[in-house]
Design a protein around this ligand. Structure first.
Ligand SMILES: NC(=O)c1ccc[n+]([C@@H]2O[C@H](COP(=O)([O-])OP(=O)(O)OC[C@H]3O[C@@H](n4cnc5c(N)ncnc54)[C@H](OP(=O)(O)O)[C@@H]3O)[C@@H](O)[C@H]2O)c1
Ligand SMILES: *[C@@H]1O[C@H](CO)[C@@H](O)[C@H](O)[C@H]1NC(C)=O
Ligand SMILES: *[C@@H]1O[C@H](CO)[C@@H](O)[C@H](O)[C@H]1NC(C)=O
Length: 341
């Protein structure tokens, strides 16, 4: 009896120590190919400034990824277009978290659609890993290799390269980003391996109920990019809610959480995988600290009502491409990438 108790206490202790060391917080969601994706991850795109894409430094990437892994994140989202893969790789190598416990996502650049396997191998080399957990077509819109203009590459052909990558074990799972419903339907009618994941913008302003329902029916897990939408934008030009919105604050107070935590929890309960980006330690820790409470159905309905079908990420400068996925503007915005897609 005594030894039995000792054994139970010891194994409980070992388990909890293990959990602390392992630190994983987000549960995993099953993918249609048998793999599993953590329910929340870290976004790593640093965004734009007046010169175009912000200059990427090791510090801006390695520290946040290290903090995230220490805080229990196991999903890291990057892309060849973010110019940060080598720093992501450095951070992963420096931590004590095992590679096989990390779900690493990268994306095929728009200028690389005619060289999928080579582009993936370049990413793997920069990341210094032998495989990624998920490889996504970043955009159905393709560019010429020198980025001098559009290239017309059928995404069904590009997808064949991703299927090959999965067969070779270079990507455990494959998926798409910024595809619309009819594009996904066309892809599924013409592929061998179904996409497991669609990464698109989902947040309070852009709830995408129809697209989410479509994906659910087809067993495609949705990753929610730009999960905060307009939450932190100043001024009245963009739709509510902002982070001091009284309705959000009331729900947040009830659970002793912050409004960004309520937004992330709402997305998780919708069944999508938010990938909030932050380069600050306290926010990175805050954003994953959402797995100890549950929003009620009534609160979910209240939050659903903020939907305005408003896009924060609206790449209308690509709208003349035949595979442009979104609604068009009368006058497209100037290209903020300035040739660096
Ligand atoms: N597939 C695609 O085409 C695509 C497109 C867009 C984004 N993405 C991916 O999705 C990720 C997330 O999207 P995003 O970066 O556009 O937007 P986001 O994650 O919705 O918002 C990021 C902004 O919120 C701030 N923030 C984060 N947590 C906060 C908190 N707890 N309190 C207050 N402010 C907070 C960050 O500032 P600080 O960093 O200063 O904390 C940053 O300015 C990207 O990094 C990228 O990995 C993919
Ligand atoms: C790649 O990772 C291996 C260990 O897995 C390490 O020995 C090597 O130095 C790394 N290469 C670079 C360029 O960081
Ligand atoms: C979806 O993308 C196709 C281009 O492949 C486009 O013709 C169509 O209008 C898009 N659908 C919507 C609803 O925007």
């Amino acid at each position: 009896m005594y030894f039995m108790c000792l054994f139970i206490v010891a194994s409980l202790l070992a388990n909890s120590l293990c959990e602390i060391k392992d630190g994983k917080k987000a549960p995993r969601i099953q993918l249609s190919d048998g793999n599993a994706i953590p329910a929340l991850g870290l976004g790593t795109f640093l965004g734009f400034d007046e010169h175009g894409q912000k200059e990427v430094t090791a510090r801006d990437v390695e520290d946040p990824v290290t903090w995230a892994l220490d805080a229990g994140y196991r999903l890291i989202d990057t892309a060849s277009a973010y110019n940060n893969e080598q720093y992501i790789g450095n951070a992963i190598r420096k931590t004590s978290v095992r590679r096989e416990d990390i779900f690493l996502v990268t994306k095929l650049g728009s200028k690389d659609q005619r060289r999928v396997l080579d582009a993936l191998k370049d990413s793997l080399e920069r990341l210094n890993v032998t495989y990624v957990d998920l490889y996504l077509i970043h955009n159905p819109v393709a560019f010429k290799p020198d980025e001098s203009g559009f290239d017309i590459v059928d995404y069904v052909d590009t997808w064949k390269g991703l299927e090959e990558a999965k067969k070779l074990g270079l990507a455990k799972s494959i998926g798409i980003s910024n595809f619309n419903e009819s594009q996904i339907e066309r892809l599924m009618a013409n592929c061998e391996v179904k996409p497991t994941v669609l990464q698109v913008e989902v947040n309070l302003n852009l709830a995408q109920p129809k697209l989410l329902d479509f994906c659910k029916r087809h067993d495609i897990v949705v990753m929610a990019y730009t999960p905060f939408g307009t939450l932190f934008q100043k001024g009245g030009e963009t739709p509510p809610p902002k982070s001091d919105d009284p309705t959000l604050v009331e729900i947040a107070d009830k659970y002793k959480k912050t409004t960004p935590q309520i937004v992330l929890k709402y997305l998780v309960q919708l069944g999508v995988v938010p990938i909030p980006k932050s380069t600050r330690k306290n926010r990175i820790e805050e954003n994953i600290d959402i797995f100890d409470f549950e929003l009620s159905n009534a609160e979910m309905d209240t939050l659903r009502k903020f939907n305005k079908n408003y896009r924060t990420v609206f790449p209308s400068f690509w709208q003349d491409h035949p595979y442009y996925p979104y609604e068009k503007k009368d006058v497209p915005d100037p290209d903020p990438f300035k040739g660096n897609h």
